[in-house]
Design a protein around this ligand. Structure first.
Ligand SMILES: [Zn+2]
Length: 492
């Protein structure tokens, strides 16, 4: 945000302190870092280039990983006959309240209204029924990158908007085992992707019946804990059983010529992940981007006071930039005129660029530069490096910052994850300052106890970890025997 009149007292407008007002801080960071803006349509948003650039990097990497599993990309239409939604009873119940309906087209009332996809199970399964006839057609695995529309009443940038971007994978298999395996394979693809690439530590598990995808037999989830102590669902993978196969008549002749229904899955992650990146890694200076998804990984700020110095400094900056680019580092040189170095430093910190290189005339003469890392604050964040060592030091530092952001997020999550065996203590924790963190409790599995927790604390069951072998315990709510622990938290 360049000031109108350059002067020595330029300041980047500070964001609301995170500890003071997390929601205010979150919006400030998004707007000031120019990731997104509000659209004239209430509840929808504009992705600005800096925000969309993060999505593109994330999308390209996840797309590569999805294709490695054998799924291929396709594209299905935005508009779906309204009757399709009604074919699967639970699906319609879950989605009908938030569906946008098109009733007119070309100036005429439509014979059958069309819905704007809230998700594409119905249209994709309608097509699967045309394409799947024999066991030789299976497995069928498609993925699509698209927008979906859900008419949300309470919206928040990236986290909950009328329209958002995502990928949705849909697969059909000959056997239950194969479909179950696919559901868990994708869950693991998501876990690795979000932890490695987005540097967000996750809790992995299955959802309770109340939190399940409408129409699924089982929903699996990856959950992150945000810096304010609230959880965010970062992605889901659903085992759909034969529910959609039966609703859409997807049948195939098996090897012994018997007609069978397919077994199916669907799985997705969305632009919500951008909200997670901001809320897990950001600080009072603004955004902090893990290098893997930073559209600009290194910014070079040339500093000179006299015009005769400027040329030399800029030439040195360009040399460094070219060399880093040759090593596939995404680099930018800040040649904006009339702005103080201090303003530029703060501005790039706000935008979350992982590494800043400062170079002035004295540095050029000494053959060195200053590297500043965004994951640390204070004098500890800066180091002098000889020019010849910049490329290797930058490469190493990018990897170090990626790991350090993950470690910081993990430390924060650990500090905010607590085991409870006393119900009153759980309520007190959830009532306290902040989001309340992640609570790890024994739960008997009854929906009644889950509802009571939600009513008393606003916390919901986020995930029931897989393959638990904990000793039997007592449900934190009713005291009856419980075989499993579950994570409860207030969630976005
Ligand atoms: Zn219970």
């Amino acid at each position: 945000m360049p000031a109108d009149k350059p002067n020595e007292k330029q300041n980047v407008k500070k964001v609301t302190p995170r500890s003071q007002d997390f929601a205010g801080w979150y919006n400030d960071v998004i707007l000031r870092a120019e990731l997104a803006d509000y659209s004239p349509v209430r509840g929808s948003m504009v992705f600005r280039p800096d925000g969309f650039g993060i999505w593109e990097l994330l999308r390209d990497e996840l797309d590569r990983r999805i294709k490695k599993t054998g799924a291929r990309n396709a594209y299905f239409p935005l508009l779906i006959p309204e009757s399709f939604l009604k074919k699967e009873a639970k699906h319609v119940e879950g989605f009908a309240p938030e569906v946008a309906v098109v009733t007119h087209g070309g100036g005429k009332l439509l014979e059958e209204p069309l819905i704007v996809r809230p998700t594409s199970e119905t249209i994709i399964n309608h097509m699967f029924a045309q394409w799947i006839h024999s066991h030789r057609d299976l497995p069928m695995m498609v993925n699509q990158w698209c927008n979906v529309v859900r008419w949300e009443m309470r919206t928040r940038l990236f986290l909950r908007t009328l329209e958002f971007l995502w990928q949705e994978g849909h697969t059909a298999h000959a056997t239950r085992e194969e479909a179950e395996r696919e559901t868990l394979t994708m869950l693991e693809v998501y876990r690795q992707f979000v932890e490695d690439f987005l540097a967000i530590p996750l809790i992995v598990g299955r959802k309770s019946a109340a939190e399940r995808f409408p129409g699924a037999d089982e929903t699996y989830t990856i959950e992150g804990l945000m810096a304010d102590g609230r959880a965010l669902q970062c992605g889901t993978s659903h085992f759909l059983g034969q529910n959609f196969a039966k609703a859409f008549e997807i049948r195939f002749l098996d090897e012994s010529n018997q007609l069978q229904y397919t077994w199916q899955t669907s799985w997705g992650v969305s632009t919500r992940l951008l909200g997670a990146i901001i809320m897990v890694h950001g600080d009072d200076q603004g955004l902090r981007l893990p290098p893997a998804i930073a559209p600009t990984q290194v910014v070079i700020v040339p500093i000179s006071r006299k015009p005769e110095e400027a040329e030399k400094v800029l030439a040195a900056a360009r040399d460094i930039g070219d060399e880093l680019e040759r090593g596939d580092v995404r680099v930018k040189i800040d040649t904006r005129e009339g702005l103080t170095p201090g303003f530029k430093f703060n501005d790039w910190e706000m935008r979350g660029v992982p590494i800043r290189i400062e170079i002035g005339p004295r540095d050029v003469a000494a053959g060195e530069v200053v590297l500043a890392r965004r994951d640390r604050l204070g004098p500890d964040a800066k180091q002098k490096v000889f020019l010849a060592e910049v490329p290797s030091r930058v490469t190493a530092l990018l990897a170090e910052i990626q790991q350090s952001l993950f470690d910081q997020a993990l430390a924060n999550r650990s500090a905010n994850t607590r085991e409870f065996d006393n119900y009153a203590a759980l309520i007190t924790q959830m009532e306290g300052e902040g989001g309340g963190g992640m609570a790890n409790v024994y739960w008997c599995g009854s929906p009644k106890c889950e509802t009571k927790v939600r009513e008393d604390t606003k916390a919901t069951c986020r995930a029931i970890p897989l393959n638990q072998n904990c000793a039997a315990g007592k449900c934190i709510v009713c005291g009856e025997p419980a075989n499993e622990r579950a994570f409860f938290a207030k969630a976005y």
